[in-house]
Design a protein around this ligand. Structure first.
Ligand code: STX
Length: 321
C-alpha cells in the first residue's frame, strides 16, 4: 500500500518586531514588517496579485529562529499609500522599491520567496539584481505572457469554472465581451465610484472562486471587501493591460540565462486554474538546475496543504546556508 507522508505544518503565528513605512517616491509610501530572528538569514516575501497585499500567514513558512523575515505591501495595496493608486505603479517601480527596502534594512543579499504574481516579480527582481539574491523559492508560476492572461480572463479557466464565470461576465454587456480585460479596465478606471466597485468585486470574486482545489467561501467573502477588491482589481487589471510592463512577451523565460546559477525551488499545484502548470513547466525547462516540486493534489492558493508542505521543505533546505 502507498502511504502518504505526513505534511509539514506552518510555524506558529508570529508578531513582527519591526514595522514601518518607507517613502519610495514623491507619491508612494510602502508598508513593511520584519519578523523572526533579527540576526537571522534574511528572506523577502513577495506577495501576489499584484495588489493582494502581504498576509501574516506568509511568514509562517519560515523557522522564526533561523530567518529574518521581511514582508511589504507593494505600491497601492495593503497598508501602503495612496490606496489603489495606479500612478507610478509598474513592475520596475516595485523592483526599485525592493532595493530601497533592502538598503534601509542593511541587508546584503536575501532569499526571495514569491507566489503567483510574487513569482513574476521575484524573477524580474532577480534578473535585474542577481547579486542581491541568495536563493529563489517560487510557487504557482506566472510569467505574465499573453496566453496566460487570455487563459484566465478570456477563455480557458471558464471551461473549468463556468459557474463562477457567469458572475464574472455579469457586469459586462455582451457587445464588449470579446475583450473582457479591456472592458473591465474601462470600468475600474471610470469616474463613477459605484461602477468601479461593482467591477472590482466581480473581478476579485472570480479569482477568489478559482484559487483553491476545495471551495473556500471565507476567501470569496474576504475578496469582496470593497477596500481589498478595489486595490486588487484596479492594480491587477492595470498591470495586465500593460503586459506587466515587460518589454517582450516571454521576457522572463528568455532572461533565465542570467540567473541559472542561483539555487532555486519551483513549486506548482497540478490543478492550478489561475496560473496553470504549463508556465511552471516552461520555467523548469528553462532552469533545469532548480528543484521542481509538483504537488499532485493542489490548486493555486499558497494555503493548499501540499503547497505549504513544499514551502516549509524549501525554507528548511536553505536554512543552513
Ligand atoms: N493573479 C495571480 C496572483 O498573483 C492573476 C494571485 N492570485 N491570488 C493572489 O495572488 C493572492 C491570494 C495572493 C491575493
Amino acid at each position: 500500500m502507498h502511504v502518504l507522508p505526513e505534511l509539514l505544518k506552518p510555524y506558529s503565528y508570529l508578531q513582527p518586531h519591526q514595522t514601518g513605512h518607507l517613502q519610495v517616491s514623491g507619491l508612494h509610501r510602502i508598508y513593511y514588517e520584519v519578523s523572526g530572528n533579527p540576526n537571522g538569514k534574511p528572506a523577502l516575501v513577495v506577495h501576489g496579485g499584484p495588489g493582494g497585499g502581504s498576509q501574516p500567514e506568509y511568514r509562517r513558512y519560515f523557522d522564526p529562529a533561523v530567518y529574518r523575515i521581511v514582508q511589504f505591501d507593494q505600491r497601492g495595496c495593503g497598508q501602503s499609500t495612496p490606496h489603489a493608486s495606479l500612478e507610478d505603479n509598474t513592475m520596475w517601480h516595485l523592483v526599485t522599491d525592493m532595493e530601497q527596502l533592502r538598503e534601509l534594512l542593511g541587508i546584503e543579499r536575501w532569499l526571495v520567496f514569491g507566489g503567483s504574481w510574487g513569482s513574476t516579480l521575484s524573477l524580474a527582481y532577480a534578473q535585474t539584481h542577481p547579486e542581491r539574491v541568495s536563493e529563489l523559492i517560487l510557487r504557482g508560476i506566472f510569467l505574465l505572457r499573453r496566453k496566460e492572461l487570455h487563459w484566465f480572463y478570456q477563455e480557458g479557466a471558464n471551461f473549468i469554472c463556468p459557474d463562477a464565470w457567469e458572475a464574472f461576465l455579469e457586469p459586462i454587456p455582451s457587445e464588449e465581451r470579446d475583450n473582457l480585460m479591456a472592458a473591465y479596465y474601462r470600468r475600474l478606471t471610470c469616474d463613477d465610484h459605484m461602477e468601479q466597485l461593482r467591477a472590482a468585486q466581480a473581478w476579485s470574486i472570480w479569482e477568489a472562486s478559482t484559487l483553491s482545489l476545495y471551495p473556500n467561501p471565507q476567501r470569496v467573502n474576504n475578496f469582496s471587501n470593497p477596500e481589498f477588491a478595489l486595490a486588487f482589481a484596479r492594480i491587477e487589471c492595470h498591470y495586465f493591460m500593460n503586459a506587466g510592463f515587460l518589454e517582450r512577451d516571454g521576457q522572463l523565460l528568455e532572461n533565465m540565462d542570467h540567473i541559472r546559477e542561483l539555487p532555486g525551488v519551483i513549486i506548482q499545484g497540478r490543478y492550478d486554474i489561475t496560473t496553470p502548470m504549463r508556465s511552471a513547466w516552461d520555467l523548469h525547462r528553462a532552469w533545469p538546475e532548480a528543484e521542481f516540486r509538483l504537488v499532485p493534489d493542489a490548486g493555486h492558493a499558497a494555503s493548499e496543504p501540499g503547497i505549504v508542505h513544499e514551502f516549509i521543505r524549501a525554507t528548511r533546505r536553505f536554512a543552513q546556508k
